[in-house]
Design a protein around this ligand. Sequence first.
Ligand code: ZN
Length: 448
Amino acid sequence: MIDIARRLYAHVEALFPICRSITGPGLRQTLDYIQQHTGATVCEVPTGTPVLDWEIPREWSPRSATISRLSGEVIVDFADHNLHLLQYSHAVDAIVPADELARHLFSLPDQPDLIPYRTAYYADTWGFCVTERQRAAITDAAYRVRIDADLAPGSLSYGELFLPGETGKEVLLSVHCCHPSLANDNLSSIAVAIELAQHLVVQPYRRYGYRLLFVPGTIGAIAWLEANRNAPSRVMHGLVLSCLGDSGAPTYKRSRRGDATIDRIVAHVLRSRGHGDRLRTFVPYGYDERQYGSPGFNLPVGCLMRSPNGSFPEYHTSADNLTFVRPDALADSLDLLKTIVDVVECDHVPVNLSPFGEPQLGRRGLYAAIGGQRETADADQRFDQLTLLWVLNQADGTNSLLDIADRAEKPFGQVAAAAAALRTAGLLLNLEEGEAGLTHGVAGPRDR
Ligand code: ZN
């Protein structure tokens, strides 16, 4: 756990200094890093390309930006903090009266020491984000403003990694990667997704394909959907990953459907970890779940977070920094996702092959199996006699393991382990896979 926590945090540290936006060199540098660590491919969509109801914008390449006194003293410098420059500011080199400058400054009166994060992607303007104290120090009559930045035809970049699975059906995992130096929103999720990809790639068997998207918020998801209008035919489950590194408890925002299988899976996993109070209903705001969940697509995509966006004072400010993100929280988020993937992979409808009366468990070595796991099995997968009885009782061909786990109020891992023991004992069959399920083995809970 400590090693993985360190690895996750190292990704956040490595990416923090880069100035990302929805296009441009910082985004590309970030995607290069993701490519190096996962093998994801980077797609480029040219400026002006129509995507759904939108158009790919010009590419933004900021180089330097300062506000100086006429004496030459620099008082705000983009080189000091990536948040200082309003995103998508166009080039400027002018002497600006203080009252006009004030209209181009953004600060947080209630958080005087913090720099806000602001964007103007489609506004054709310029601006600086400053602390309230920096703003208060602007007392001269005029200032020299210099912004060296290109806003020119180029392309929008996004990253995509697909790990194929047995069934041709997919799980979509989407991460926004367009924010400059903000650690929780959303370098935390980039880090978690990189390590999840490395975990998925070494699995000997994947029932589902896993498609990981690293996209600029809104426009990136829209560009991907434009190119994947058939997504509803193959995406069975999906999650937007956001703000996965703060010390808050995990939170799940349900998909637009509200009762999709992914909604039931994440709700079950959060409840079994003691976070049943962290389930939220869908609202068409937040992250790209509202693109994937727009009515034309209606993909079953929820949003997994820790503290929800907008709910913590560090959100979209310079306080969302390397101190705010915690290695242990990143590791807990990754573990949570691995557990969710386990349920996605292992859930199936079991059938009791001895449904008339209760089969004799002792004769088949199942009591010995319960006893024997005390030393060997992972605590998450250690089942008791009652769990065996629940599985046998409910395995009438209509209930999935998830249904049984919910009804029995037992963690899915224990129910799946009990089902695996019953399969070994010849008492249970996987309805979907029939005999094949017995021969090549239904994917078992992961080894940890
Ligand atoms: Zn954000």
